[in-house]
Design a protein around this ligand. Structure first.
Ligand SMILES: Cc1ncc(C[n+]2csc(CCOP(=O)(O)OP(=O)(O)O)c2C)c(N)n1
Ligand SMILES: [Mg+2]
Length: 578
């Protein structure tokens, strides 16, 4: 652990003093946050960006309860978050002692280990349980990475005596020597390994690779090696290279999309109904290549056949049918062109979510900032409008549970831990939900973080769902607006001023692009006002434009197909049924 985020409190004081000594010895960087929920998401962001466990330390009582959202996200997203909570010793528990509740096991089975460290325990042995769980080894056998909970019972005195100083310092130096200068492994999402190609006698098929959250660049290399279209969500970190199809989700229900025969899933798809429908489509064979253990679903609960190696995956997909990758590349380019053309034709000064997403994506590609994608529309706007290219930005997102909470803190943590500036693209409610994470005390390290807030005065995503249809009916209009639109008139500039954070409003895409040209330094908010009411119509127009582009591409594939089918058989597996 290289980073510890500490929230203030009295029961946790001995650990806070120890943390300070560890920081002084260079063993640990300590960050202080007042709000425990914010502290936990900050640690989560650090752990995500570094690929190394990061800790959060709190006092007892409700303070610990505030960690639950980040623990849940860490559980489902396999992030090694280390929770250190201070507690009363056993003799004071259950006696009505102040700020004392039932903390051991508080996170249920959302943590990989829950250790209640008592004053007379064999500390190294108990710590070993936590470390084993962090390394994926637990008493119940191997488990995926995830959060751990160390509840530490502390007796008084809770502050160091004069003679404790040198002892703490000596231990901290020891710790620093042990931690050494080992580099961070880096975000789990970008680890790359060797991929396989199909054996020479493998047949060809109309297979596609779907890369969901956390798939990593191997998915792209596999698609390239096998000649397959790659349908990659932004946080797959596989959305690059010649096989990645940009606005793929609008092509899945096109004549071209309906020709898909096999789907190889890598990572976890969470973003769109068309992908969900494809994975459930009758007549389409599906398989998932993944490590033996994942945290996001229970074994046996998904339809895809589970494959554990790229060689098995290659045997499943075969090679792309002749012309298959090419026709997808062309359809993808045509779809991307249709989306970009439509967005560019919007009146100047009126920004839209997808246009903003495209601009933020390009800015990160240009200057190397990490892109943190907020839940709801922003991540989906990216999925629609981010053009794959030779090198795509690193994208991080809390897709474990897709919460709109903790996003500001997660982004700040990613900036503090990752050593690179972060641009976060997030909705206004997502921003307001976690606005208190802008609070930063003097002396705390300032993250290089730009928050690009798409402000549509409420929850826009619901407009694009069934509620949007109901909201157009007189009978439901007010209900839908109040309960789903959740409108607000909060002034983001005033909030930023309150926290001492720079704020700027961009009136349209041109102004936004100008603002994005500057490098990300310190914390700032870039607010872009977008229209929530026009969202259904905008997406309908985008779908129509892409449908036209897709129809042309499908016509081409059919023409090629006719030529192919008159040629000699093209492989042992051959094409399976349409
Ligand atoms: C913690 C949490 N509460 C509620 C939700 C349900 N939810 C999903 S999207 C959304 C609205 C988000 O609004 P905003 O951030 O402004 O993005 P927009 O939909 O406008 O693009 C809500 C409330 C959630 N995902 N997480
Ligand atoms: Mg909104």
């Amino acid at each position: 652990m290289r980073h510890l985020v500490v929230a203030p409190g009295s029961r946790s004081a001995p650990l806070a003093y120890a943390a300070a000594a560890a920081q002084a010895a260079g063993a640990l960087e300590v960050h202080v946050r007042v709000d425990e929920r914010s502290a936990a998401f900050t640690a989560l962001g650090i752990a995500r960006a570094t690929g190394r466990p990061a800790g959060v330390l709190t006092t007892s009582g409700t303070a610990v309860g505030n960690l639950l959202p980040a623990v849940l996200e860490a559980d489902h997203a396999e992030v090694p978050l280390v929770v250190l909570s201070a507690d009363r010793p056993p003799e004071l528990r259950g006696t009505g002692a102040n700020q004392t509740t039932r903390q051991p096991g508080m996170f249920g089975d959302h943590v990989r280990a829950a250790v209640d460290l008592l004053p007379d325990d064999d500390v190294p042995a108990r710590l070993e349980e936590v470390l084993a769980a962090l390394a994926g080894r637990g008493p119940q056998g191997p488990r995926p990475a995830g959060p751990v909970h160390l509840n530490v019972a502390l007796r008084e005195p809770l502050h160091p005596a004069p003679e404790d100083g040198p002892v703490l310092a000596a231990r901290a130096r020891l710790l620093a020597a042990r931690t050494g200068a080992r580099p961070d492994p880096g975000p789990a999402a970008v680890a790359a390994g060797p991929v396989a190609v199909p054996p020479p006698d493998a047949g060809t098929a109309r297979s596609v690779v779907v890369a969901g959250d956390g798939a990593g660049p191997d998915a792209a290399r596999f698609a390239e090696a096998c000649g397959l279209p790659l349908l990659a969500e932004p946080s797959s970190n596989a959305r690059s290279g010649p096989h990645a199809v940009g606005a793929y989700r609008l092509l899945l229900d096109s004549p071209l999309g309906r020709r898909i025969e096999r789907v190889l899933l890598v990572g976890r798809p969470t973003l769109s109904r068309p992908v969900g429908a494809l994975l459930a489509r009758e007549g389409v064979a599906t398989a998932a290549v993944r490590p033996a253990l994942v945290a996001w679903y229970e074994p046996g609960r998904r339809r895809e056949r589970v494959l554990t190696s790229w060689a098995e995956a290659a045997a499943f997909t075969g090679r792309g049918a002749p012309g298959w990758a090419q026709v997808w590349r062309e359809a993808g380019a045509a779809a991307d062109g249709a989306v970009a053309g439509l967005l560019a034709a919007e009146p100047p000064g009126r920004a839209t979510g997808p246009a903003v997403a495209a601009a933020v994506w390009e800015a990160c590609r240009r200057d190397g900032a990490v892109l943190l994608a907020g839940s709801s529309n922003p991540v989906r706007d990216l999925d629609l409008a981010a053009r794959p290219g030779p090198g795509s930005p690193l994208v991080l997102a809390n897709r474990g549970l897709a919460g709109i909470d903790g996003t500001v803190a997660t982004a700040a943590g990613a900036a503090l831990g990752g050593g690179r500036p972060v641009r976060a693209l997030l909705g206004d409610l997502t921003f307001l939900h976690d606005v208190s994470s802008l609070l930063l005390g003097p002396g705390e390290r300032e993250p290089d973080l730009q928050l690009v807030v798409l402000n549509d005065g409420g929850g826009g995503i619901f407009t694009t769902l069934e509620h949007g249809v109901l909201g157009e009916q007189e009978e439901y209009r007010a209900v839908v607006e109040r309960f789903f639109g959740t409108p607000h008139e909060a002034r983001l500039d005033a909030l930023c001023a309150g926290y001492g954070v720079a704020h700027r409003r961009a009136a349209g895409v041109a102004e936004l692009e100008q603002a994005l040209a500057a490098p990300v330094r310190g914390r700032s908010v870039l607010e872009v006002v977008v229209d929530r009411r026009g969202l259904r119509d905008l997406h309908a127009r985008i779908r129509a434009a892409v449908a036209r582009a897709a129809a042309e591409a499908a016509a081409q594939d059919t023409a090629q197909d006719t030529a192919q089918d008159t040629a000699p058989d093209n492989g042992a597996g051959g094409r399976t049924g349409r």
